[in-house]
Every structure is written in structure tokens, then in C-alpha cells.
Write a protein that binds this ligand. Structure first.
Ligand code: HSE
Length: 297
């Protein structure tokens, strides 16, 4: 039996739309074994009732992609999923499913793919690498897609940095959150984001958190998504007032994430209370970045 543990991820980190993501110490596990025949999928944990347990299951689809690539034909499969990453909330649950399936299938079929080949398969399924790359490789990953290739650089998360996340009690599909984005943006907004994401990567790489507040500003996606997350602007403001270094929409949302190196409880409290004013219940977590990605347990 193979058991793979995959971290949650937060993509974009503000201005790094579709190219920047960080792994977090919150995990899903995928257990897989070959059985005599058929397909048996069991799910435990978050979103249990909404996850298909047949051929439509995303972990199973990822498994098939690997088996096809390496020419492996199992007799039958049993897959058990234990999910701690909230589903469809902007914390990389689909990336964790894809990466978990790919790594498990690769181990079961004799480890024929290297990390880079697995990353390419994961990106093909997800459509952008900003969640799948840190889910697979850990740390903070800056990734660029060129036709069929991906180039990436991994940097270590700064010491002492934590993510305080407020996870609303409603799901938001990435598909819907991408449909509200414009087809193009003004040149000045593109320049704005280039400058912010450059500053952000420099801050994260050097460990200088003093300029994160300016570095996480974004004009490519967050403003367009505000309407999908009631209270977003006020939660940002209150998290900053409580001492956050930077506040962002995590991935496509609806989770809001504060980067901090102190004042964790005050920030958590402020985010929870502000969402509550808008009638939104949240679960709050204080998560450390994970320098490790998917691992074989
Ligand atoms: N970069 C992606 C987005 C992350 O913001 O749509 C969510 O998958």
C-alpha cells in the first residue's frame, strides 16, 4: 500500500497571479493499493459528501494520467482519501488531490516519473502551476509555463512567517472566480503588478517583511473578486489594524489570508469578527509554511 501526504497551498499571494504559491502545513492523505479488480474509493474528512467516489474522482483521474504515461495497467484499485484541506476554499484542495493521485500512482507503478514530469502532468490537469507546484515541491515556488514546459525556482519561506487564514463556510469554484476576471487589463495595471510581485519575491527571498504590505497589492484579480467574498475589504482593513504584514485573497478565494510574524491571535480574532458582521461564519487556522511538498509516508 502507498500513502502520500500532500500540503495545502495558497496561490497568487496577491500580485503573483497564476505564478506564485506557497505550501502550508495542513495536509490531505491519499492511500492507494492494487486490488484484484474494480475501483473502490473511500473519502473521509472535509467535503466528504460532495466528492465523487467513481471514475469522476479527481484523484483517480490523476492516477490514470500517470498509468497512461508509464504504460501501467493495474488489476483493480482501492483509494482512500483523508481530507483536512477545506474543499473549494482557495487552499489548494484540487491541487492536493491531483498531486496526491500523481505521486501515489507513480510510486505504485515503479517510480518511472521524476518530479519535473509529475509537475508537468499536474499542471496539465490544473491549468496553472501556482498551486500544484508548491503542493508537489513545498516551499514558495515561482513558476513560469512555456508551451509544454515549466520553469520554476523554489525559495525557502522566511523564518517566523505564518499564515492566519479565515475560511468562510461557503465554497467558491475556481471556474466561477476566473469567469469574473476581465479579458485584458490597462497597461498601467500590468506595470503595477510587475512592480508589486517583484518586490514581494524580494521580500520573501530576503526575509524582509517590512514592505510586504505594499508588495501584496494587486490589480489583476482581487478587485474583480471582491463581489464574491462579502466583507473582503473590511476584513483586509481589520487584519492590518490587528498587525498583519500583508493580507490577500488566498488563491481564487473565498479564504482570506494574513501573512504575519506576530499578533496571530489578534489578527485571527479581527478576521473572524469582521466576517461575522457580514453574516459569514469562518473557521480560523494559523498555518506555518511548509518547506516540504508531497511525501511518501
Ligand atoms: N491562480 C489561480 C486563480 C489560483 O487565482 O484563479 C486558483 O486555482
Amino acid at each position: 500500500m502507498v500513502c502520500i501526504k500532500v500540503p495545502a497551498t495558497t496561490a497568487n499571494l496577491g500580485p503573483g497571479f497564476d505564478c506564485l504559491g506557497m505550501a502550508l502545513k495542513l495536509y490531505n492523505t491519499v492511500e492507494m493499493e492494487e486490488i484484484g479488480n474494480g475501483l473502490c474509493i473511500e473519502v473521509e474528512g472535509d467535503g466528504k459528501s460532495g466528492i465523487p467516489t467513481d471514475e469522476e474522482n479527481i484523484v483517480y483521474k490523476a492516477v490514470l494520467k500517470v498509468f497512461k504515461a508509464v504504460g501501467y495497467v493495474p488489476k483493480g484499485l482501492k483509494i482512500k482519501l483523508k481530507n483536512d484541506i477545506p474543499l473549494c476554499r482557495g487552499l489548494g484542495s484540487s491541487a492536493a488531490a491531483i498531486v496526491g493521485g500523481i505521486v501515489a500512482a507513480n510510486v505504485l507503478s515503479g517510480k518511472k516519473l521524476d518530479k519535473y514530469e509529475m509537475l508537468k502532468l499536474a499542471n496539465q490537469m490544473e491549468g496553472h502551476p501556482d498551486n500544484v507546484a508548491p503542493a508537489l515541491l513545498g516551499g514558495i515556488i515561482i513558476s513560469t509555463v512555456m508551451k509544454d514546459d515549466i520553469e520554476y525556482v523554489k525559495i525557502k519561506p522566511p523564518a517566523g512567517l505564518k499564515a492566519v487564514v479565515a475560511v468562510p463556510d461557503f465554497q467558491l469554484s475556481t471556474k466561477l472566480a476566473r469567469e469574473v476576471l476581465p479579458k485584458g487589463v490597462p497597461f498601467e495595471d500590468a506595470v503595477f503588478n510587475v512592480s508589486r510581485v517583484s518586490l514581494l519575491i524580494a521580500c520573501l527571498y530576503s526575509g524582509d517583511l517590512s514592505k510586504i504590505k505594499f508588495a501584496v497589492e494587486d490589480r489583476l484579480h482581487q478587485n474583480y473578486r471582491i463581489k464574491l467574498v462579502p466583507g473582503m475589504e473590511e476584513v483586509f482593513r481589520e487584519a492590518y489594524n490587528a498587525g498583519a504584514r500583508g493580507v490577500v485573497l488566498s488563491g481564487a478565494g473565498p479564504t482570506l489570508l494574513a501573512l504575519a510574524d506576530d499578533n496571530f491571535d489578534a489578527i485571527a480574532d479581527a478576521m473572524c469578527k469582521t466576517f461575522k458582521k457580514y453574516g459569514i461564519k469562518t473557521s480560523i487556522m494559523q498555518l506555518e509554511p511548509s518547506d516540504g511538498g508531497a511525501i511518501i509516508v
